[in-house]
Design a protein around this ligand. Structure first.
Ligand code: S3P
Length: 430
């Protein structure tokens, strides 16, 4: 346990910063680079614990992956030359590794067993196991294969047409990876658009797919060609500093080269609606992904309602949005976000518990929360619930508290943002 005491931060957030690479894109780059025959180079890779679990998995399957911090070089014999791992694959805390790999492993001629840490072992896997079973996948495991550990006996899969009951990019991606090795055309329909990095990267690696509205069609048995990838900065990591700068008086901050894929920019829309001053410049597209520089200056903020189709576009940002809402004028209501209950922890319960301990007035609802604005935060002992985004939200709260905050364990921050505190120092004066 790495406890951390943080004193109230009087400093504004000033300057420029590049945040580490996007977690979702880093995972996918390693997967595609390992499936494509030949050499793939990845730049600005997220050297965080979750993405390293994906790297480890492919090393166990015989792929040569050289990593030096943010640079990765993959030399692979292609999907057909992956070897059966002799030991169970450990996915740690990484839901993305688990869901995406279950999809992929279902369609490869290998037997694998997979497991994770205590948190991942409680997270629902039936959302991928059920549609994969309809494709002829052979997956068994704990609680009728709803929970890790699971055993996957790779099979010849048949493509399906499927409407996703949950708004989840992980489920969509699992089915696309399975579909890539299946016979026939996979057709996936989403009720709301979720992050589309898998689709973008499939195209970058030379696969053909058709996206029309919320429906994706892709033929199976397509070969992938290696391509070099640059991973934009993670907007979900940038969100912590953007939110702090929006509310902390006299702040002016630029986050450079951050990912601006529209399926991820719900946080920019929310900050703008709350009254933050945001300018975006130097927009460009690399490998199909949009990135640019985001400048934010502090201003007075107002509470808003956040619900409906925007939720998947900001699902990981809700803890920091909730903190920000305590500093806005008026009430903020978050709805349609029941998915938060099955993240690294129950993020509705955790956010309400942490913000209440810090002196805010927040009420949990079944699918979200109601946050009163204009709250003076005091301080206190809070738990990070072994959840990286809860730990970083707790640290940012120190910009708005009058007393010390003690976070029980900040080690989870290494999952998505190992240099979080160093970067925070670069843009503050105390
Ligand atoms: C992710 C999708 C989201 C998100 C997670 C990363 C991905 O999860 O919360 O941090 O990389 O596809 P869901 O698909 O479960 O919503």
């Amino acid at each position: 346990m790495a406890e951390k005491k943080i004193s109230p931060q009087s400093s504004a957030l000033i300057g420029e910063l590049e945040v580490p690479g996007d977690k979702s894109i880093s995972h996918r780059a390693v997967i595609f680079g390992s499936l494509a025959k030949g050499q793939t180079k990845i730049d600005h890779f997220l050297d965080g614990e979750d993405c390293l679990r994906t790297v480890d998995a492919f090393r166990q399957m015989g792929v040569d992956i050289e990593q030096q911090g943010e640079s990765i070089v993959i030399n692979s014999g292609g999907a057909e030359n992956l070897i059966e791992p002799k030991v169970p694959l450990y996915f740690g805390n990484s839901g993305t590794t688990a869901r995406l790999m279950i999809g992929l492993l279902s369609g490869l001629p290998l037997f694998t067993t997979i497991y994770g840490d205590a948190s991942l072992s409680e997270r629902p896997m039936d959302r991928v196991v059920l549609p994969l079973s309809a494709m002829n996948a052979a997956i068994s495991g704990r609680s009728d294969a709803k929970l890790l550990p699971l055993a996957i006996n790779g099979k010849e899969l048949q493509a399906i047409q499927y409407t996703l009951p949950v708004k989840s990019a992980q489920v969509k991606s699992a089915l696309l990876f399975a579909g890539l090795f299946a016979n026939g055309e996979t057709v996936i329909t989403e009720k709301a658009k979720t992050r589309n990095h898998t689709e973008t990267m499939l195209e970058a690696f030379g696969a053909e797919l058709a996206v029309q509205g919320n429906t994706i069609r892709m033929n199976g048995k397509q070969a992938l060609k290696p391509v070099d990838i640059y991973v934009p900065g993670d907007i979900s990591s940038a969100a912590f500093f953007l939110a702090a700068a929006a509310a902390k008086r006299d702040s002016s901050l630029v986050i450079k080269k951050v990912g601006l894929n529209p399926t991820r920019t719900g946080i920019i829309d929310v900050l703008t609606q709350m009254g933050a001053q945001i300018e975006i410049s130097n927009k460009k597209r690399i490998g199909g992904e949009l990135l640019g520089d985001v400048k934010i200056s502090s201003s007075s903020l107002i509470g808003i309602e956040i619900s409906g189709d925007i939720i998947p576009r900001l699902i990981d940002e809700i803890p920091i949005i909730a903190l920000l809402a305590t500093q806005a004028e008026g009430r903020t209501v978050i709805k349609d976000a029941a998915e938060l209950r099955v993240k690294e922890t129950d993020r509705i319960a955790a956010v309400v518990e942490v913000l209440t301990t810090l002196g805010a007035s927040v009420t949990a609802t079944e699918d979200g929360m109601i946050i009163e604005g204009n709250q003076e935060l005091t301080g206190g002992n809070i738990s990070a619930y072994h959840d990286h985004r809860m730990a970083m939200m707790g640290a940012i709260a120190s910009f708005f508290t009058t007393e010390d905050i003690v976070i029980d364990d900040i080690s989870s921050i290494a999952i998505s943002y190992p240099s979080f505190f160093e970067d925070l120092k670069k843009i503050t004066t105390n």
